[in-house]
Ligand binder design. Structure first.
Ligand code: TXA
Ligand code: MG
Length: 335
């Protein structure tokens, strides 16, 4: 049995983490499965609870910029500029790993993924625990990241010491992951902080010449080790569409996830279960939750709205959504 803690019980949660236990907690992106990042044994427990291959590194969460130098061996000036511009926030920065952090936490890599989240509860938990917190998303491997307490509980009940009963997460998609190399800044995983915002921050700090590359744009771009593992795809068959005209030959027992007004949908589509999101932010916030519910309801076909390339260029959440939607539908995210 996992203990259920209220958001006011961060003292207790911090105590569990400091002493090598595991606690599920909310962040602004998705719920995390956290443990003391200084302990080798925590990493083993986290991999076990998730059923995750141990070469897939964990993100380490900190609560102040000072902690960069307790977790990273060094921090180049561009990464520091990014940290100062976007932390606390949904940005994860890859840096060289400090010896203090066991290699098991980083899946054996010499690099470490660092994030300073901007959820007050998460920040309080990290600072009270007094240690950096290693926390992947709190889902079992191959399942969607939990974006609500009940999803987190469904994933982790009985596998962790405690679960904090927090709010639904504000963003609903995992953080943007970036890595700075000699070639420029590479976005390894798109999230709600997008290339345009990063460009603006770099320009503002005097790094106009630093190129921003989307992983997959170039042959030698490294990818996150995690991206070689299968991601969540629902039991239902998934198809994507961008223009309403593509919504035809709708299967029986189907659901359509859309941002288009109900009345603009073709008549035959209206036989399906229809979820209309007010905007792309709502779509992102609810996507994982809705995919899980539709699976539980035995829906056999899901049509997912895929934002068009022009919107993906302008709106970071559209780019991140397109990445997750392509994975859910079994398409390569590079297409
Ligand atoms: O929003 C988030 O980032 C959430 C919340 C809990 O903070 N965490 C999260 O963690 O999404 P996780 O473990 O589910 O995804 C981390 C990704 C994995 O794909 C992993 O391969 C990659 O980050 N990663 C971790 N360390 C890395 C490293 N040193 N180099 C490259 N990629 C790394
Ligand atoms: Mg994950």
């Amino acid at each position: 049995m996992s203990k259920i803690l209220s958001p006011r019980q961060t003292d207790q949660a911090a105590h569990i983490i400091r002493n090598g236990g595991l606690v599920v907690f909310p962040t602004e992106t998705v719920y995390g499965l956290g443990g003391n990042a200084l302990l080798d044994s925590t990493a083993t427990k986290i991999y076990e609870a998730k059923g995750r291959p141990s070469d897939n590194p964990l993100i380490v969460h900190i609560s102040s910029l000072d902690q960069i130098h307790q977790t990273a061996a060094s921090c180049d000036e561009i990464s520091l500029a990014l940290a100062e511009s976007f932390w606390p926030g949904p940005l994860t920065i890859i840096l060289p790993r400090h010896d203090r952090i066991p290699a098991r936490v980083t899946g054996g890599l010499d690099s470490i993924a660092l994030r300073l989240p901007d959820d007050p509860l998460a920040l309080e938990l990290i600072s009270k625990s007094g240690v950096p917190i290693a926390a992947p998303s709190a889902n079992r491997s191959g399942r969607p990241s939990p974006t609500s307490f009940w999803m987190a509980q469904q994933e982790m009940e009985g596998r962790v010491d405690a679960i904090i009963q927090g709010e639904d997460t504000r963003i609903g998609l995992e953080s943007t992951i970036v890595w700075v190399s000699e070639r420029g800044l590479q976005i390894l995983r798109p999230g709600s902080i997008g290339p345009l915002q990063i460009r603006k921050a770099l320009d503002h700090r005097g790094y106009r010449e630093v190129p921003i590359l989307l992983a997959g744009n170039t042959e030698d771009a490294p990818t996150s080790p995690g991206s070689k593992y299968p991601h969540y795809s629902p039991k239902a068959a998934v198809e994507t569409y961008t223009k309403i005209a593509e919504l035809k030959d709708i299967e029986d027992n189907a659901a359509i996830l859309t941002i288009h007004a109900y009345r603009s949908l073709p008549k035959e589509a209206k036989e399906a279960r229809i979820i209309v999101y007010g905007n792309l932010d709502d779509y992102a916030r609810q996507l994982y939750r809705d995919l899980v519910s539709l699976d539980e309801d035995g829906i056999s076909h899901i049509y997912l709205y895929l934002p068009d390339p022009a919107t993906q260029k302008k709106d970071p959440i559209a780019l991140a959504l397109a990445d997750r939607i392509k994975r859910a539908s079994g398409l390569s995210p590079k297409t």
